[in-house]
Design a protein around this ligand. Structure first.
Ligand code: F6P
Length: 256
């Protein structure tokens, strides 16, 4: 049955790549909405893919926050840094997440697991635009922002638009606007509708969507049937080299 399950997944992967127009899709059995261990399986695939995709030598890897990222971080292994020097950085500062799932925390975890370095971006999660801007002028912040914008790899997840806006306690009028504009998904602080049009973005510092275009390695890890719409919409704005790691629950929902 394991062999059958594997070839079933490979078939799903091929169908998913075709449907989404991606070159690389990986599907693990199960649905992470129902079984949390499925996220660990996606993490193992992530570790293997990073071995294939990260070039030998120096790498700066920008990572996003969220519960998926927090969980997959635990699956990274030290052999990733055998022929490479890795520095993990948070992809963006201050998107309003809880401390345990903030990008700073996750990049530190990934560095710990892989025996490598990380740089934190010290900007508060919940401050106004006016407070935020001058922070950019601080040399310690500037250095990390420059590092982020020159990163050669990114690892991120994709979320449902309104759920993410609520989790970050965004103002009710912004949430109403997202609903009015039919936002279905969010990644890197960009909110987009089913057509992949960006309807709102959190104007915070760090990685911008266009920075992904020239990267060696971009991996999106997102699973669960509930994320099917968000994933389908995101790939319309994703760079073509994006490697998607998902689960059977999301894959079947996307294909139906
Ligand atoms: O807020 C950071 C973030 O990476 C978002 O860009 C993404 O939509 C979300 O987290 C995913 O969160 P989760 O993995 O908890 O669904």
């Amino acid at each position: 049955p394991l062999i059958e399950q594997l070839s079933g997944m490979q078939q799903l992967e091929r169908q998913l790549c075709r449907k989404l127009g991606l070159r690389q899709c990986y599907v693990v059995p199960g649905d992470s909405d129902l079984q949390f261990q499925v996220v660990d399986a996606m993490g193992k695939v992530l570790n293997n893919k990073l071995k294939d995709l990260l070039p030998v030598g120096t790498n700066v890897i920008a990572v996003m926050g969220g519960s998926t990222m927090a969980e997959v971080a635990k699956q990274l292994t030290a052999d990733l840094s055998v022929d490479r020097q890795l520095t993990f950085v948070p992809a963006r500062g201050g998107v309003g997440e809880r401390i345990d799932i903030q990008a700073n925390n996750i990049s530190a975890q990934m560095a710990l697991r892989t025996n490598s370095l990380h740089r934190a971006l010290y900007v508060p999660e919940h401050v106004s635009e006016d407070t935020y801007r001058p922070l950019l002028a601080e040399p310690s912040v500037r250095q990390v922002v420059d590092l982020i914008r020159h990163s050669n790899a990114a690892i991120h997840s994709i979320g449902e638009a309104v759920k993410m806006a609520e989790r970050r306690a965004m103002p009710p009028e912004v949430i109403a606007q997202l609903q009015a504009e039919h936002a279905v998904g969010e990644a890197f602080g960009y909110f987009f509708n089913e057509e992949g049009a960006i309807v709102h973005r959190i104007p915070r510092i760090g990685l911008q969507l266009e920075d992904l275009a020239t990267m060696d390695c971009v991996v999106a890890v997102a699973g669960g049937a509930s994320k099917a719409k968000a994933i389908t919409a995101y790939v319309k704005i994703a760079p073509p080299q994006t490697c998607l790691i998902t689960d059977e629950g999301a894959a079947r929902m996307i294909l139906n």
